[in-house]
Design a protein around this ligand. Structure first.
Ligand SMILES: [Zn+2]
Length: 270
């Protein structure tokens, strides 16, 4: 065997060893309960954590461990990143994946946290920003890039679980939507979910929301969801987790599709 071939084999072995170690580390994190200190943070900050069925809560613990291991947080304008901030944001993001096997925010590497609403420093790349609430931004999700959040709104979203507003779930719904390469309210579906059924339910509910916004009629979904299909999916996700009974009553087909997509039935959580 030539010298170069030996180097190639050695490099291949090192890469394989790294891959196996990474996989083992991830499996260990997913199987580990949250520390008592981190669990106390969620018990204090996120009432939904206590309402989760125990098996889902155990899964969420593992996902939060993995999230905190793999995603880096950066603070701006005086924000010092603490475990409080990291755990509260990670748990709200990971609840979207708590029953979706083999799904992850694969392109997410960093989260940028401002103390409150912010003017984006990242808007130089057009077409990749989703503003959550118009000019003063509560959050942004970038395609193949970071999530940016206002900490006060992220904390309030965790603490007020029934108002249908949750900026972390909103931005991470965008992250899921963007996994197809196009942010259009049509995320990657599992094989057992019909794209046609999804499209029909979403088109129909989206049309009703747009009409209700125009006429001033009430709708369980926030008016911001009428902006475009991507925002509709993000707003529908917030409502699915925070007002599941109202959504199921007013938009049963939409609820059913979201329930199949997230493989969850939050209306049954009490
Ligand atoms: Zn949005």
């Amino acid at each position: 065997m030539s010298y170069l071939a030996l180097i190639a084999v050695a490099a291949g072995l090192v890469l394989a060893a790294c891959f196996i170690m990474k996989k083992r580390r991830r499996a260990r994190l997913l199987a580990t309960p949250l520390s008592a200190a981190r669990r106390r943070i969620l018990q204090a900050r996120m009432p939904l954590y206590a309402k989760l069925p125990p098996d889902l809560r155990d899964t969420l613990d593992g996902l939060v461990n993995r999230f905190l291991d793999e995603v880096k947080f950066f603070g701006y304008e005086g924000v010092e990143i603490t475990d409080d901030i990291r755990v509260t944001i990670a748990a709200q993001a990971c609840i979207l994946l708590v029953n979706k096997k083999n799904r992850w925010f694969a392109s997410l590497k960093t989260i940028h946290v401002y103390p409150t609403t912010f003017r984006s420093r990242l808007k130089s790349v057009a077409g990749h920003v989703h503003t959550s609430r118009r000019q003063s931004r509560l959050g942004e999700s970038w395609a193949k890039g970071p999530v940016v959040l206002a900490w006060d709104h992220a904390a309030y979203g965790a603490f007020a679980p029934h108002d249908g507003q949750n900026v972390v779930m909103h931005e991470f719904a965008h992250q899921l939507d963007e996994q197809t390469g196009v942010s259009d309210g049509a995320p990657l579906l599992d094989d057992d979910q019909s794209a046609g059924g999804w499209a029909r339910a979403f088109r129909s509910a989206y049309g009703r929301l747009r009409r209700d916004v125009e006429t001033g009629a009430g709708n369980v979904l926030d008016a911001y969801g009428a902006t475009n299909p991507a925002e509709f999916f993000a707003v529908a996700t917030e409502t699915f987790f925070e007002r599941p009974n109202d959504l199921r009553a007013q938009e049963p087909e939409l609820y059913r599709e979201l329930s199949q997509y997230y493989r969850l039935d939050p209306a049954a959580w009490g």
